[in-house]
Design a protein around this ligand. Structure first.
Ligand code: AMP
Length: 279
């Protein structure tokens, strides 16, 4: 497995596959890899001849008050995991390699305004900007994204379609711990008590899903999920939303496919989860 830190070297390595008829898969990450990331890696290794992974804690997707400095990192362990899972190349640039007096950003209208965009208004601009760069360097046929970060998946899919990137954006189901909590690099921030309490998110979503009947008011579902999550005193809800699966706009009545998504704080740690209904 190759480990590359500079854009120049990455472009040169990528060029060695040109004209060889090999398919390229790419898994962008911020590292501190867990089973969720590795499900994306495994999907890529299975479907493509060559798999690139990037490990980069991207400063432009963090607001000044967020956890950029404290974001967990363990590059040695990450590289070992990638090697074990059959990755061909890991790109681990320093921030200076990716950004030098950056004045150009990629933004998306509307889709970034709802859900996480409300409390993180510059987040998706940072995500789309870094992915645009990474896609230029790696020129993948397929790129893999987790459904846990569902708004990111939607935005990347639409953004890359709008910009005519010639690649397939492949979604991967959310991977969970045994008690239902979605795996996340940020789970290490949770205290022992918070960690015990956090599976309430998945439980509330499962109960919510089971109680949906066609034609019900979205607000009734939101109230039910909110109440169950709030039964856990350590949980502070950022949002519980029922949105359209096409444009992520809030819906009033559940009479077609919807996405039910939540963000919940436990202490300073913000956790995401969701489910699709009526796909
Ligand atoms: P991150 O390192 O948090 O930026 O995540 C990199 C990729 O891994 C994103 O596409 C995430 O959606 C995906 N991912 C993170 N956690 C999970 C999970 N529990 N299940 C599936 N995919 C995940």
């Amino acid at each position: 497995m190759k480990t590359i830190k500079t854009v120049k070297e990455l472009r040169e390595y990528r060029k060695t596959f040109d004209g060889k008829g090999v398919s390229i898969g790419f898994v962008p990450t911020m590292g501190y890899l867990h089973d969720g990331h590795m499900a994306l890696v495994d999907a890529s290794v299975k479907a493509n001849d060559i798999t690139f992974v990037s490990i980069f804690v991207n400063p432009t997707q963090f607001a000044p008050n967020e956890d950029l400095e404290s974001y967990p990192r363990d590059l040695d362990r990450d590289l070992k995991l990638c090697e074990e899972h059959g990755v061909d190349c890991v790109f681990t640039p320093d921030p200076d390699e990716m950004y030098q007096n950056q004045k150009t950003y990629v933004t998306i209208e509307d889709l970034g305004a709802h859900l996480c965009g409300k409390s993180r208004p510059t987040h998706f601009r940072g995500v789309l900007t870094v992915l645009t760069k990474l896609f230029h360097f790696t020129r993948p046929d397929r790129a893999y994204f987790g459904k846990k970060d569902v708004q990111q998946y939607f935005i990347v899919k639409k953004g890359m379609k709008d910009l005519n990137f010639d690649l397939e954006i492949c979604p991967v189901d959310t991977v969970r711990e045994a008690d239902g909590l979605a795996t996340s690099s940020r789970n290490v921030y949770l205290s022992e008590e918070e960690r015990k309490a956090a599976p309430i998110i998945h439980q509330a979503l499962e109960h919510g899903e089971a109680s949906i009947v066609k034609g019900m008011k979205a607000q009734d579902l939101i109230d039910q999920i909110t109440k169950e999550i709030e039964s856990e005193p350590l949980a502070k809800i950022d949002y519980v939303s029922v949105v359209d699966q096409e444009d992520l706009a809030p819906v009033e009545v559940i009479d077609g496919p919807v996405l039910v998504a939540v963000a919940v704080f436990f202490g300073k740690t913000r956790l995401l989860d969701n489910f699709f209904y009526g796909e």
